[in-house]
Design a protein around this ligand. Structure first.
Ligand code: ATP
Ligand code: MG
Length: 200
């Protein structure tokens, strides 16, 4: 059943379109962006990997560093790891939820940051994902001031996505886009077991 718009509705849409067109006309800057995905809800890493698929679809060179290594190999790792335009780094033997050895964790964080710094200086990479990086600041393994300074000086056309439940002030100050993923409800709390394809 098709229904045509009333004059009033049509006018409202035209006004809205004019506003959007004006905003589009004003957004003329071409450069990479820093995107922060924070908050306690589910959807941060999966959003970052969705953007990764998008960038790879456009044949852009990308890299991922996962700062926390879970117990299981993730679906995103298995799916993306062999892509010719992607470097996929999972932070070494160090930081997992199970280990208690701070010096091993520090060593792993240092190694991951070394890779990150290199990528932040390489303009062939158009998108970098630093997944769960915020935990490194929380536990004092990385210095947020140093990281923010380095991210701020990255190549102009490079974009960076950082995920993690909390974000450090230094990164918030320089971010272009910040999304807070809110936790309204999660199946886990109703007793639904974590499952491959949804959780990892
Ligand atoms: P995802 O990878 O699913 O996008 P995320 O990156 O937003 O999740 P993290 O804090 O990294 O969330 O947690 C990773 C894991 O914890 C995922 O398996 C996710 O499903 C689960 N999870 C995320 N948020 C919650 C929550 N509020 N309660 C319980 N489990 C959660
Ligand atoms: Mg995550």
């Amino acid at each position: 059943m098709s229904q045509s718009l009333t004059d009033q509705e049509r006018e409202k849409r035209l006004r809205k379109k004019a506003v959007v067109d004006q905003r589009i006309a004003q957004a003329t800057e071409e450069r990479g962006v820093l995107i922060l995905l924070k908050g306690n809800g589910k959807g941060k890493s999966s959003s970052a990997f969705g953007t990764l698929a998008r960038a790879l679809g456009h044949e852009q060179r990308c890299a991922v560093i996962q700062f926390i290594k879970g117990r299981k190999e993730t679906g995103e790792f298995l799916f993306f790891k062999d892509h010719p335009l992607l470097d996929f780094h999972v932070m070494g033997h160090g930081f997992t939820w199970e280990t208690q050895d701070k010096s091993l964790e520090q060593q792993a964080a240092d190694q991951a940051w070394q890779v990150a710094e290199q990528l932040l200086g390489d303009d062939r990479y158009q998108l970098l994902i630093f997944d769960e990086m915020s935990y490194m600041f929380k536990y004092g393994y990385l210095d947020a001031t140093v990281v923010a300074e380095r991210i701020g000086n990255r190549p102009r056309h490079q974009s960076v996505i950082v995920t993690g439940r909390t974000m450090h002030r230094e990164l918030l100050d320089i971010a272009d886009t910040i999304s807070i993923i809110q936790d309204e409800r999660h199946a886990f709390r109703a007793g639904v077991k974590a499952q491959p394809g949804i959780e990892w």
